[in-house]
Design a protein around this ligand. Structure first.
Ligand code: XUL
Ligand code: MN
Length: 365
């Protein structure tokens, strides 16, 4: 496999440690400092919300200056931008949705803002514009028909895909699904929802999915299966790696911080399938962390991925694992002879235990 590229959302290292119950606990990093700092820590790419770099309300001259500065840092360090998006979800005007708002003026504003962000992505050479519609959901089900919401989302995605094509930008679009938080229920909740929705668009080929491990865990789903559905459909345009204890508030833990076995099987899938795109982390350094800890968070995410990739290699090379998997494949070859009687015992106990031993480092190579 070619050298693996690691990527971080700029917002991850710029996160100041605020949560719904508490104010920030550290000074936010400036975006340009974040770009240089990531590059200095061996990170090859970054994602951003356009607003991470260009505060909302900045004039054209300030926008152009910040883009020039960012590009200079990229040229100096070699770090590239692998995806852009927009953080409309932070702004009060979009409190009841951007694309799905019941106010047509808000929907038009959202489209205009997304187009501005797409322009920023193009200036930075981003091959992907990723949309997590954090406010495109509801708490009051009676406020809007979910069918109407989907039609509004469809019209918005068609409009943005058309804008990208008309501008001649070499950029694909993606949807990052999430079941809830901050809204009670978001309309595009899982990879399956996103794939079904994309099939209704005018140009489904231009739109893919960015699954996030924490979002799958929020829905109580197996993250490797979420990623597999996107891969199988040829739609894995990006991926957000992090960790999350299932069915809780959105924790955005450091990759490796929870769900070790689930993380292992996601890495196994990506490595076995030779998925070529950057491994992007979208997590938050702990609230108890200072700036030095932010960089240790970056190193921790990367190291966790590398350790798990090494465990994948160990698993794939293990003689006993290979023998067990060969035996399993052998069962399949007898399929023509009809249902086995009595039913076969599927002897997976040892296989699963070998995963445990490899992950805990208790099995020698
Ligand atoms: C929210 C989330 C976002 C998106 C980018 O849970 O994952 O940070 O990745 O807007
Ligand atoms: Mn994300």
């Amino acid at each position: 496999m070619p050298t693996r590229i690691f990527s971080f959302g700029l917002w991850t290292v710029m996160n100041a440690g605020a949560d719904p119950f508490g104010v920030p606990t550290r000074a936010p990093l400036d975006a340009l400092h974040a770009i240089s700092g990531l590059a200095a820590h061996g990170v090859g790419a970054f994602e951003l919300h356009a607003e991470d770099l260009i505060p909302p309300g900045s004039g054209r001259a300030e926008r152009d200056r910040l883009i020039r500065e960012a590009r200079a840092r990229m040229a100096d360090t070699g770090i590239v931008c692998d995806a852009c998006g927009s953080s409309l979800f932070t702004e009060p005007v979009f409190k009841d949705g951007a694309f799905v708002s019941n106010d047509a003026r808000v929907r038009s504003l959202a489209l205009a803002r997304y187009k501005d962000a797409i322009d920023v992505g193009d200036f930075l050479g981003a091959p992907l514009f990723n949309i997590w519609g954090g406010r495109d959901g509801s708490e009051v089900e009676a406020s809007r028909s979910p069918i109407e919401a989907l039609k509004r989302l469809r019209d918005a995605f068609n409009d943005l895909a058309d804008y990208i094509a008309r501008q001649g930008y070499a950029m694909r679009l993606s949807i990052e699904p999430k079941p809830n938080e901050p809204r009670g229920d978001l309309y595009i909740s899982t990879v399956g929802h996103a794939l079904g929705f994309i099939a209704t668009l005018e140009h489904p080929d231009r739109v893919g999915v960015v699954p996030e491990l924490a979002h799958a865990a929020l829905a109580g789903l197996n993250p490797a299966h979420e990623v597999a559905h996107a891969l199988y459909a040829g739609k894995l345009f990006g991926l957000h790696l992090n960790a999350q204890r299932p069915l809780r508030f959105d924790q955005d833990l450091r990759f490796g911080g929870a769900g070790l076995k689930d993380s292992f099987f996601v890495v196994k899938l990506l490595e076995d399938e030779n998925w070529p795109l950057p491994r992007t982390f979208d997590a938050h350094p702990y609230r108890t962390t200072d700036e030095q800890g932010v960089w240790s968070f970056v190193q921790g995410c990367i190291r966790a991925y590398e350790v798990l990739a090494d465990k994948v290699a160990q698993f794939n090379a293990d003689a006993e694992v290979r023998a067990l998997l060969a035996e399993i494949r052998g069962w399949d070859r007898t399929a023509e002879t009809g249902p086995a009687s009595p039913p076969r015992v599927f002897a997976y106990e040892r296989l699963d235990h070998l995963v445990f031993e490899i992950l805990t480092g208790t099995r020698s190579r």
